[in-house]
Design a protein around this ligand. Structure first.
Ligand code: SAM
Length: 313
């Protein structure tokens, strides 16, 4: 069975580690994760993604796009589905290397649809299990003519910087189906900060009681394949790669992309929190208490977002 599975065929070496890591994440215990100290950090990340997604949708819609189509590249379990729903998109393609996550994403979408009011038109969706750093995604689209207004790649792109070929394929998948004027938005670790902290450390790792980042060597950092190991209270523990941003920006020019904005989380936070609606969303999300659920708090955040959404209307 394994041999005939299209995803299994595509996934190998590093990809296999990433897929199996995320595929087994769901087994991490209910209560354990909901009580985790990283609960609030996850809420912060969700706030950041909500603001980013909300603002980019605003921009796209103000530019005249009516039926907004989105590609969620590395969608995971679909943690951003509610954000897209809130933004009133028309269609989404969710792709991820981890089949189990893609299944969970689909289930979440179907639940969302089932529970929605009859007067709300929920966006249509396609779910694809694929190693997006190896496979041309457009060949798997149900609608071969589909073009996207936005590609969102949240906390994913760094996995592809293992080699130029993989980083380029990921970029190709992100950009080649964008409409003219479309956006590629994403979040990825800051390579400068990682190297700065490593260089300041007297060992090959740094971190605190919550996270650890370890490298195999220091002093020289290849442009591709510069691997480090990131572990966050046992929740994420999979090899990642430094993304040298100027190179990434240069590579994106191949797909007619130019940089609109690049900010560190702290800069983004300081700027966005000045706006009342963003600040109140932050307060609501941070006021959440962890409660036992099977997704390490994601559901709590989603419910809260839904709550905020309901209040806003
Ligand atoms: N974007 C989601 C979010 O913000 O909640 C999930 C982020 S999670 C940190 C990283 C995701 O990237 C995982 O779901 C993983 O399976 C996916 N991923 C890593 N490498 C990938 C690849 N080559 N192709 C597709 N997905 C990949």
């Amino acid at each position: 069975e394994e041999e005939t599975s299209p995803t299994k065929k595509l996934v190998s070496d590093h990809g296999e580690k990433v897929a199996s890591h995320y595929n087994t994440l769901q087994e991490v215990g209910l209560v354990v994760r909901s009580q985790s100290r990283i609960f609030y950090m996850r809420n912060f990340n969700n706030w950041l993604k909500s603001v980013l997604i909300g603002e980019i949708l605003d921009r796209v819609q103000r530019a005249g796009s009516r039926n907004v189509s989105v590609l969620d590249l590395g969608c995971g379990k679909g943690g951003d589905l509610l954000k897209w729903r809130r933004g009133g998109i028309s269609h989404i393609v969710c792709a991820d290397i981890a089949e189990v996550s893609v299944d969970q994403c689909r289930t979440r979408y179907e639940e969302m649809k089932r529970k929605s009011h009859s007067n709300e038109k929920i966006f249509s969706a396609q779910f694809i299990a694929s190693d997006c750093s190896k496979e041309v995604l457009s060949e798997r689209l149900d609608d071969p003519e589909l073009k996207f207004d936005i590609c969102s790649c949240q906390f994913v792109y760094h996995y592809s910087f293992e080699s130029e070929q993989k980083a380029d394929m990921m970029l190709r998948n992100a950009c080649e189906r964008l409409k003219p004027g479309g956006f590629f938005i994403g979040t990825t670790p800051d390579a400068y900060e990682l190297v700065k902290r490593l260089e300041a450390s007297d060992s090959l790792s740094f971190g605190n009681e919550v996270f650890t980042v370890s490298f195999e060597s220091k002093g020289s950092y290849p442009l591709f394949g510069c691997q480090y190991h990131f572990s966050l209270e046992g929740v994420v523990d999979v090899p990642e790669f430094l993304v040298y941003f100027p190179l990434f920006e240069h590579m994106a020019k191949r797909y007619n992309m130019h940089l609109v904005l690049k900010q560190r989380f702290s800069e983004f936070f300081e700027e966005k929190v000045k706006k009342e609606s963003h600040r109140s969303l932050m307060m609501k999300m941070m006021a959440l208490e962890p409660f036992p659920c099977d997704d390490g708090g994601q559901q709590a955040t989603d419910n809260k977002e839904q709550y905020c959404h309901a209040k806003e209307h």
